[in-house]
Design a protein around this ligand. Structure first.
Ligand SMILES: Nc1nc2c(c(=O)[nH]1)N[C@H]1C(S)=C(S)[C@@H](COP(=O)(O)OP(=O)(O)OC[C@H]3O[C@@H](n4cnc5c(=O)[nH]c(N)nc54)[C@H](O)[C@@H]3O)O[C@H]1N2
Ligand SMILES: Nc1nc2c(c(=O)[nH]1)N[C@H]1C(S)=C(S)[C@@H](COP(=O)(O)OP(=O)(O)OC[C@H]3O[C@@H](n4cnc5c(=O)[nH]c(N)nc54)[C@H](O)[C@@H]3O)O[C@H]1N2
Ligand code: SF4
Ligand SMILES: [Mo]
Length: 898
């Protein structure tokens, strides 16, 4: 039974993480929409996390790219595509087709991805097509292929509901896959499922665990090698499964014994206590229904593929795969990481889970009618961008990703772009770091964004869902596939690129997956190969494989689990144990860079913030880019909470606010990956990280870069609230966040209060604020300044400036700014800096906008559980993403009281 919804409500899929939650979007007719969870969707059953719930706040057209541009001038689509096609042809003639590269994204729809891959590999004839998924889960792909002979995720989300033990390795699930984490928490409540978390940081996920192993970065293979030895030596081998369905145990076990002969050796390498390691091994050994879920702490590693195989080895030796409630589970990050793998978007794949054997190349050549199809692998992301610097790549088309923030050594990449003959960026926003014109010929192509485009995405459990259009297409934005197909036609391949709809592309893609397949390849959408336009609109979501023979019977039935029959996709249908290398991450930091920089995500922002940065709710949880440092290291470097620090590595630098916390271990630093040039003065993560690549997958190490940290002595700190975005002065440290009713920037500056007062007067005389009234408080001898700007009664801007040690708090001012028209007492409070009313403190619950101070007061007032806090102040009652933080506050305050 499907839930009845209003006629104007559209069922679609969340564009953020790989959980792939179903969303109901009800357009308001003015370019916005009401957003709710789809109770019929099997990924989320109606729930949405903070990011999904706030999707409605990200739909405005502010900063959107709405028209094609060539070299910063607006042009017609025809002119832009003529430039692209003409330059591609010229580059191919002069330097060969392999001087052309495509850098794609796990956020493209499958249909966009399919056309890009077909155009590049089949018709332009360049193998250099890679994607940001190289940075995301290519190590998991490589580990799957080594173990299973195919890139197959064996299990499904239901296994998390049905497991008795969930081991989370290098995954901050509570923040990065929140709805799956809620499913896990439900399982814990229902059947007592135990959580083990393995991470060098004590994350919110770790706070919720039964056992936390705080290992040294890069040492996971030692931990899981030790587990393999333990399972083998203590009678936990599944002999029947090993004998009938696997190969290579002896070699893998020999190597594991060398790396991790016993628990003491594992403790020495990982730094985790022996007793905890022993407890983990005993728990794993004694629990049949165990899922080991892993993400970037495993994948984004110089030895990520080995990390993945060391995990899979433990599932194979116990035969725990392919059945309910068990298996290794790669949590994919992006909404369509899986779709990219399906079409062959990675440089080491061809298409439809086929690679480069002569038979496979020939098969795809015939299916596409592509005589110039490439016959071997192309360069992977890191190598591809290095090749631009060496002049080997002359044309680059970037689509749906922001590499000048997210690629390692991004400053060097930025410089190298100047050497391109053609630089094309397909983007939804105009101000991404990557979209700001840099190459010789820069073409910007406006892409339809979420809500405007139509197509499919595949989530972590192989489930294909529809993203459906519910908004009008703004400006001249078009689907990415349409721009690609137009270029294909311009290059003379009219027949191959005659697509007129996303459905037509999907049919061809599904057809290829089934073409001469007969059960030899895992990826098979045969039952959908001749899906009608009408059915494409209604039948999905469905899990693959769905071969033709599985039949329709009303709706196509996919397959929840694979390998239950013990048959894998290697030539002998046996899974492989893999002998892994010992951990080799150079932990000995150099004198110049004595610390190790780890990077990752925060709860409420998505990647480079081009969308979540528009939401005030999502910007309240963490408003400035920060670096986490252990108290001992902070003391040694003369850093205190809230200071601005300069973080530097061999490759680049950033300036970040210091957060002193013992959730990171001594010697480690953590910075978020989110703040690009539009949101902060200098906080691009890619500028700092070194990105050594994994030898098998080519995935760069993004979790461990030697770094140095030093305090930056700014004279003053402050904030500026404005109705519209204003450019911040050169030389200031600043970070911008959406707030209710406008934009807020926190800043640090070397300028005096006098200079800032003068600057404010300049602003008042500018067009934006002309005719407004300025109210000021200045005490220049004590380096203090505050002002408020009124348009009639309405507060339109305010600024606070104080000596750096004081860091003016902005919560009270933000509340007045949101309300709009302050009364006399509130006006005075704005200038004095003393709050007229108690502020709510920094936001913890993004959905209901409940601050930490309110929650603390609620707890002090007797609320002793998450439920009681929710009943009293609503915090944690919607999406639940903040429940771990509330639980931590409860524990803290109870401890204080005791
Ligand atoms: N809120 C939010 N959610 C997201 C995203 C987002 O941008 N914001 N992005 C999505 C995407 S694309 C992805 S790929 C996923 C990523 O999801 P996660 O992988 O959960 O996120 P990260 O924070 O990148 O890294 C996870 C953890 O790996 C740990 N780690 C670092 N080094 C090691 C190590 O050597 N061993 C182990 N065991 N752990 C280590 C880090 O400390 C960190 O806590 O999130 C998805 N969901
Ligand atoms: N140091 C460090 N670096 C990392 C990571 C890390 O943990 N640490 N994580 C890595 C991982 S796992 C990932 S997935 C990447 C993510 O990094 P990116 O892919 O670079 O980040 P996004 O901000 O998601 O970039 C997507 C871009 O596509 C645009 N866009 C949105 N919709 C569309 C559309 O329909 N069409 C087109 N053409 N464009 C669109 C958005 O505006 C945005 O600019 O970062 C990687 N880099
Ligand atoms: S967990 Fe959150 S971000 Fe991920 S798909 Fe669901 S609603 Fe979207
Ligand atoms: Mo990712």
């Amino acid at each position: 039974m499907t839930q009845p919804v209003a006629a104007s409500t559209v069922r679609t899929t969340c564009p953020y993480c790989g959980v792939g939650c179903g969303v109901l979007a009800s357009p308001d007719g003015q370019g916005g929409a009401m957003i709710a969870g789809d109770t019929d969707h099997p990924a989320n059953f109606g729930r949405l996390c903070s990011k999904g719930s706030a999707l409605g706040e990200t739909l405005s057209l502010e900063n959107r790219l709405l028209h094609p541009q060539v070299d910063n001038a607006q042009v017609s689509w025809d002119a832009a595509l003529d430039t692209v096609a003409g330059k591609l042809r010229a580059v191919a003639e002069e330097h060969g087709p392999d001087a052309i590269a495509f850098y794609l994204s796990g956020q493209l729809l499958t249909e966009d991805y399919y056309v890009a891959n077909k155009l590049a590999k089949g018709f332009i004839g360049t193998p250099h097509v890679d994607t940001n998924s190289r940075l995301c889960m290519s190590s998991a792909v490589a580990a799957h292929r080594r173990a299973f002979g195919s890139d197959t995720v064996p299990g499904c989300y239901e296994d998390l509901d049905e497991a008795d033990l969930i081991v989370l390795v290098g995954s901050n699930t509570a923040w990065c896959h929140p709805i799956l984490f809620r499913r896990m928490a439900d399982a814990k409540a229902r059947r007592g499922t135990k959580f083990v978390v393995i991470d060098p940081r004590r994350t919110q996920t770790a706070e919720e665990s039964d056992l936390f192993l705080g290992i040294r970065p890069g040492t996971d293979t030692a931990l899981f090698s030790g587990l393999l030895v333990y399972l083998s030596d203590n009678g936990f081998r599944d002999r029947a499964f090993i004998d009938s369905h696997t190969a290579g145990l002896d070699g893998a076990l020999d190597r594991a014994r060398q790396i991790a002969p016993d628990v003491a050796a594992v403790a020495a390498v990982t730094g985790a206590p022996e007793a905890d390691i022993a407890a983990f091994y005993a728990l794993f050994a004694g629990t049949r229904r165990v899922v080991t879920a892993f993400s970037q702490g495993v994948n984004q590693s110089a030895q990520g593929t080995d990390k993945g195989n060391s995990i899979i080895n433990c599932h194979l030796v116990t035969g725990r795969i392919g059945e309910t409630g068990m298996g290794p589970f790669s949590l994919t990050g992006q909404p369509n990481a899986m779709g990219g793998r399906e079409v062959g978007g990675l440089a080491n794949m061809l298409a439809a889970h086929m690679h480069f054997t002569p038979e496979e190349v020939d098969r795809v050549r015939r299916y596409w009618g592509a005589p110039r199809i490439i016959t071997g692998e192309g360069m992977k992301a890191v190598a591809l961008f290095e090749a631009i610097a060496r002049g080997k790549i002359k044309a680059l088309w970037v689509m749906g990703t922001n590499p000048l923030v997210s690629m390692p050594r991004a400053d060097a990449i930025r410089e190298s772009l100047a050497g391109l003959d053609l630089y094309v960026v397909s983007e939804a926003v105009a101000d991404s770091d990557t979209a700001r014109g840099l190459g010789k010929t820069t073409v910007l192509l406006p892409a339809q964004a979420w809500g405007e485009k139509d197509g499919t995405v595949t989530n972590s459990e192989r489930r294909i869902s529809r993203q459906r259009r519910f908004l009008a297409s703004p400006g001249e934005a078009r689907p990415d596939w349409a721009a690609l197909a137009d270029v294909g036609r311009r290059l003379g391949h009219g027949k191959a690129f005659a697509f007129d709809s996303a459905a037509a592309i999907f049919r061809e893609h599904a057809g290829l997956s089934a073409y001469e397949n007969n059960g030899t390849r895992d990826f098979d959408l045969g039952a959908l190969a001749d899906i009608s336009d009408a059915a494409y609109d209604v039948t999905l979501p469905v899990q693959w494989p769905i071969p033709k023979r599985s039949g329709f019977r009303g709706a196509p039935q996919g397959k929840a689990r694979l390998f239950g029959d013990g048959r894998f996709y290697t030539f002998d249908r046996r899974a492989r144990f893999v002998a892994v290398q010992p951990p080799a991450l150079a932990l000995a930091a150099s004198p110049a860079f004595p610390l190790m920089l780890n990077t990752g995500r925060v709860r409420d922002h998505w990647h480079t913030m081009t969308r979540t940065g528009k939401s005030q709710r999502l910007s309240a949880h963490r408003a400035v880019p920060f670096v986490e440092i252990h108290p001992d290291d902070a003391a040694a470097h003369g850093l205190a909470e809230g200071d601005i620090a300069r973080l530097s590595t061999e490759h680049g630098a950033a300036e970040l606010e210091v957060t002193v916390t013992d959730t990171v271990v001594p010697g480690n630093l953590f910075m978020p990956m989110h703040w690009g040039g539009a949101f902060a003065s200098q906080a691009r993560v890619g500028a700092l990280v070194r990105g050594m690549t994994d030898p098998v997958s080519g995935q760069p190490e993004l979790k461990a870069t030697p770094a140095a940290i030093a305090s930056v002595g700014y004279r003053a700190r402050g904030f500026l609230l404005t109705r519209r975005q204003v450019a911040m002065p050169e030389g200031w440290w600043w970070a911008r966040a959406a707030i209710t009713g406008g934009w807020g920037a926190q800043f640090a500056t070397a300028d005096s209060s006098r200079a800032v007062a003068l600057m404010v007067r300049g602003l008042i005389q500018s067009e934006a604020l002309s005719g407004c009234e300025l109210a000021e408080y200045a005490d220049h001898t004590r380096n203090r300044y505050r002002c408020a700007v009124y348009d009639g009664d309405r507060l339109v801007a305010c600024l606070a400036y104080a000596p750096a040690g004081e860091r003016p708090d902005w919560e009270a001012a933000k509340a007045l700014f949101a309300a709009g028209v302050p009364d006399a007492a509130e006006r005075r409070a704005l200038l004095s800096g003393r709050a007229a009313t108690a502020s709510a403190g920094p936001v913890v619950c993004a959905c209901h906008g409940v601050g930490a101070d309110v929650i603390a007061t609620t707890i002090a007032g007797g609320a002793a559980s998450v439920e009681a806090v929710g009943a009293a102040c609503k915090a944690g009652t919607n999406c639940g993403s903040c429940i771990p933080e509330i639980r931590k506050m409860l524990a803290g305050q109870t401890a204080c009281a005791a």
